[in-house]
Design a protein around this ligand. Structure first.
Ligand SMILES: [Zn+2]
Ligand SMILES: [Zn+2]
Length: 238
């Protein structure tokens, strides 16, 4: 159990009580009644083919591998994302991460659940990309862990939010170019090998930009004996 989970439980209870007294407001407009109203759901920018079969980048036309993956192959079997980081999505993710609106993990995870039949791959264990303990303490929760909890509840997949840890504090990736992102997250993760040995692991994060964070975590998981590592994120930055 993570040191912040009791705090999350209290917040969750409080949140359930608040939804009872005040019905939820849409994450993207002033309508009440649900966390994402039907009109806003119709505006979800879904990822559609063609995409790179490895990194999942959105492409103009179908190809074997995108130019980036040809130059530098990913350690991951595949990266997939449910939606494009565009339209109504950036604001919802920002509210979930920085405005304490952790309940918005649910509609975001619902998008992943809906698109999973299109992008699914064999999975033994789902793991959220961990935050450094210091950052998680400050935020009060790891948004990717909340997404994993709901995603796994809906898909029935097994999950583990504790065996993969972020052992080095890294500055945010925002504003860094691809090379700097890679250096920034190198050696940032550690894993308990017995949890992942011979398993097909699915890493989950909120946003995928260059895939550098996922790649750094995947290298550690593979070195610890994971059979394969894939990733599935809510949104793809373009
Ligand atoms: Zn709405
Ligand atoms: Zn690619």
């Amino acid at each position: 159990m993570s040191p912040t989970s009791w705090l999350f439980q209290v917040r969750n209870l409080t949140n359930n009580f608040i939804s009872f007294v005040f019905p939820p407001v849409c994450a993207s407009c002033p309508k009440t009644g649900s966390l994402l109203c039907a009109d806003c759901q119709a505006k979800i920018p879904w990822v559609v083919e063609p995409i790179c079969p490895a990194c999942g980048r959105i492409l103009q036309r179908p190809t074997a591998l995108c130019a980036v993956c040809r130059r530098e192959p990913l350690p991951l079997k595949q990266i997939r994302t449910a939606v494009i980081f565009d339209g109504i999505i950036p604001d919802i993710i920002h509210k979930m991460k920085y405005n304490g609106a952790f309940a918005l993990a649910k509609p975001l995870a619902d998008m992943m659940v809906e698109a999973w039949p299109i992008w699914q791959c064999p999975v033994d264990l789902v793991m959220p990309v961990p935050l450094h303990a210091q950052r998680q303490k400050k935020r009060g929760y790891n948004q990717s862990e909340l997404i994993v909890n709901h995603f796994c509840q809906c898909t029935g997949l097994a999950h583990d939010a504790h065996s993969l840890q972020r052992t080095r504090f890294t500055p945010p990736q925002v504003g860094l170019d691809a090379a700097a992102r890679k250096t920034n997250v190198q050696g940032a993760f550690s894993v308990q090998a017995q949890a992942v040995g011979d398993k097909d692991i699915l890493l989950v994060d909120d946003v995928c930009t260059t895939g550098a964070t996922l790649a750094a975590a995947a290298e550690v998981l593979l070195a610890a004996g994971a059979k394969s590592v894939s990733a599935y994120c809510v949104a793809r930055a373009i």
